[in-house]
Design a binder for this molecule. Structure first.
Ligand SMILES: NC(=O)c1ccc[n+]([C@@H]2O[C@H](COP(=O)([O-])OP(=O)(O)OC[C@H]3O[C@@H](n4cnc5c(N)ncnc54)[C@H](OP(=O)(O)O)[C@@H]3O)[C@@H](O)[C@H]2O)c1
Length: 282
């Protein structure tokens, strides 16, 4: 079995590559320099030459605020990229794994979103990711479409790393308590993704660490774990002006995923603790 990974230098891409190699699977990790998913001819040629059995698309444009103005680029990477990969996957009879986001929902709910809920993005980033979903569902013959939220891992910048950075610079931090979702650790996501692929039960899934919290609660947990002695106060999104509006409540319900892979992902608290350990902070 041969697995080709796009966006292999991103947070998730790194962990999926590492796990796939650890399993002694023939793995082809591609950074954006090796394979730009927005270029149709290049994608078709590359996939045709490599002939993978599985393509895991970890490439994405994730700059949520920047996407408000740079939306064409976001649409290109998050929308047309998955379309190119879908068409290429079909040509070599490969399975495509693609990741989407809780930001395709408007956040006007008080219970975790299930697979029957209707997407209604409130940002350009959310729209671009929804376009990617539509492209995969319309064009890929064999696919797993996996929605995730608040991703964190050892790769790039993420919320946990931001909180750690603030804690080293200040003794008073304010974090919003009116954005709620489910943190998702790339190590758990990588393992569960490979377990899901093995089932061959193609389709759409929600996959996050178990439970949900506000940004404030998550920050509280992180700071408590590292023994920070400063003052953390809850704030409101309206006091932190950003170009893009974030959904208020966008936790995902993993119904279906647990049944298919046979287990629940660990809690977000457990995952956050292991991540802090991984990066040497506890
Ligand atoms: N991060 C989150 O909080 C979050 C939340 C919900 C869903 N997700 C989804 O989860 C998946 C994994 O996210 P992540 O956080 O691991 O992403 P990430 O760390 O931002 O990595 C994305 C990777 O995509 C690459 N890339 C960008 N444009 C590309 C292109 N045209 N062709 C090929 N590669 C390209 C980037 O490479 P360069 O750096 O070289 O450009 C980068 O390595 C994505 O689908 C993302 O949308 C993430």
């Amino acid at each position: 079995m041969k697995i080709l990974i796009t966006g292999a230098h991103g947070q998730l891409g790194k962990d999926i590559t590492q796990l796939s190699q650890k399993n002694n699977t023939d793995t082809v990790p591609c950074g954006s320099q090796d394979l730009d998913i927005t270029r149709y001819e290049t994608v078709i040629e590359y996939i045709f030459t490599q002939k993978p059995d599985i393509i895991i698309n970890c490439a994405a444009y994730n700059a949520v605020d920047q996407a408000e103005t740079d939306w064409e680029r976001a649409f290109l990477v998050n929308g047309l990229g998955p379309k190119n990969l879908s068409l290429a996957a079909n040509k070599v009879d490969a399975v495509l794994i693609h990741y989407s986001t809780d930001y395709i929902f408007n956040g006007q709910t008080s219970r975790p979103y299930t697979l029957v809920d209707t997407p209604d993005p409130i940002s350009r980033y959310g729209e671009s990711k929804l376009l990617g979903e539509q492209m995969v569902m319309r064009h890929a013959l064999k696919y797993f479409l996996i929605r995730v939220s608040w991703v964190f891992g050892a790769g790039n910048s993420n919320f946990v790393k931001k909180v750690l950075e603030w804690s080293s610079q200040r003794d008073q931090i304010t974090v919003v308590d009116d954005q709620i979702s489910s943190p998702t650790y790339t190590k758990d996501l990588a393992q569960a993704s490979l377990d899901l692929i093995k089932t061959e039960q193609y389709g759409i899934y929600h996959m996050t660490n178990t439970g949900h919290c506000s940004r404030y609660e998550w920050a509280y947990y992180i700071l408590n774990q590292i023994g920070w002695t400063g003052e953390l106060t809850p704030g409101k999104s309206s006091n932190f002006k950003t170009k893009a509006t974030r959904p208020a409540f966008s936790a995902l319900d993993n119904f279906g995923t647990d049944h298919t892979i046979g287990y629940e992902l660990p809690s977000w608290q457990d995952a956050t603790g292991r991540f802090l350990h991984e990066i040497g902070r506890i």
